[in-house]
Write a protein that binds this ligand. Structure first.
Ligand SMILES: NC(=O)c1ccc[n+]([C@@H]2O[C@H](COP(=O)([O-])OP(=O)(O)OC[C@H]3O[C@@H](n4cnc5c(N)ncnc54)[C@H](OP(=O)(O)O)[C@@H]3O)[C@@H](O)[C@H]2O)c1
Length: 307
């Protein structure tokens, strides 16, 4: 079978479509015949070596690419009762740097990292959900439930930010969304009460919410510029490993994605807004990296595994 791998770090040219052995599921695992796998910023960070340099990924001779997957269960390992061959699933491969990940014709997942695809769901659009909706949900978990009346989301037109806006608004929070002018209508449609331009300072947020917001989900990695809009004693949630210091009694947390099949099932059933920027065949992975790196995409590029 074919899989996207790298053997060294660098630009999109280091991406290879390699012929590799089809893996067998071990105890507790399922083998998924891949329909679609999204391309995310973490794939660029893996390929460039940024994840390894940050100590998040152990370098290996061969590194696989891809976190999200949508496909059909093809075989199950010992002890797996929740899934059977032929069932449509989505899932998350959450260990950085494995030699086989989701951008492949087949992938192994822990059964606990997968969820059934709801009937009628589009498997290509569904491939854009696992990594970023789970990250947004797990980021919101880090904000105390009793103190989330107003939530600021930066990078609100992006994948993590978009889901964060939608999920936060559904909890009843008043959401302030930082996004480019051209995305004002989008973030409002996702549930934001207010749009603040990317170029605006924290004062623009504080003009809307005197004293500052209860919490920020900083999906654009603005750091102190985002924290500046949070009230004393509020919460800052970052998505990278280097958040600002806990100034003014602000709780500083960082979300680290972890697979959670049950949560994924509820997110898949929640009718969230799924955005596909385009589809490409698996062998065109380098083009997907170039387009994502160029910026300005709305929605995810999704690789289709041809078989
Ligand atoms: N810790 C974890 O477990 C975890 C999990 C998933 C993702 N992440 C990280 O979360 C981040 C967001 O991921 P994503 O998939 O949502 O990325 P994305 O879809 O590319 O969205 C990022 C958004 O941030 C905006 N942005 C970029 N620079 C900005 C700036 N200087 N000011 C304001 N907005 C800015 C972008 O706007 P434009 O497109 O207009 O530039 C875009 O809307 C990435 O760093 C990713 O690696 C972390």
């Amino acid at each position: 079978m074919r899989a996207v791998i790298i053997r060294s770090f660098g630009g999109p040219e280091v991406l290879e479509i390699a012929e590799v052995p089809t893996p067998s599921p071990g105890p507790g695992e399922i083998r998924v015949r891949v329909t679609a796998a999204a391309v995310n910023p973490v794939d660029l960070q893996t390929r460039s070596g940024a994840l390894a340099r940050a100590g998040i990924m152990a370098p290996r001779a061969v590194t696989g690419l891809g976190w999200d997957v949508s496909g059909v269960v093809d075989a199950v390992g010992a002890g797996v009762t929740a899934f059977g061959p032929g069932e449509r699933v989505i899932g998350l491969s959450d260990r950085p740097g494995l030699s086989l990940k989701t951008q492949a014709e087949f992938v192994l997942l822990e059964a606990t990292a997968a969820a059934h695809l709801p009937g009628g769901a589009d498997p290509v659009a569904a491939a854009t959900l696992p990594l970023n909706a789970l990250t947004a949900a797990q980021a919101l978990d880090l904000v105390p439930a009793a103190a989330r009346a107003t939530i600021l989301v930066t990078g609100a037109a992006g994948a993590v930010g978009g889901y964060a806006v939608e999920l936060a608004a559904r909890t009843g929070a008043r959401v302030v969304a930082v996004a480019a002018e051209r995305d004002a209508a989008l973030v409002r449609a996702l549930g934001a009460a207010h749009h603040v331009p990317r170029t605006a300072a924290a004062e623009a947020v504080r003009a809307l919410v005197p004293g500052g917001v209860d919490a920020v989900i900083d999906a654009a990695n603005l750091g102190i510029r985002a924290m500046d809009a949070v009230r004393g004693g509020g919460t800052y949630v970052g998505v990278l490993g280097s958040p600002p210091p806990p100034l003014r009694g602000i709780r500083v947390a960082n979300v680290w994605i972890r697979a959670d099949g049950e949560r994924l099932a509820s997110l898949a059933a929640a009718g969230l807004t799924l955005r596909v920027a385009g589809t490409l065949p698996l062998p065109h992975v380098a083009e997907a990296h170039r387009r994502l790196e160029a910026g300005g995409l709305r929605g995810r590029l999704v690789l289709l595994a041809e078989q």
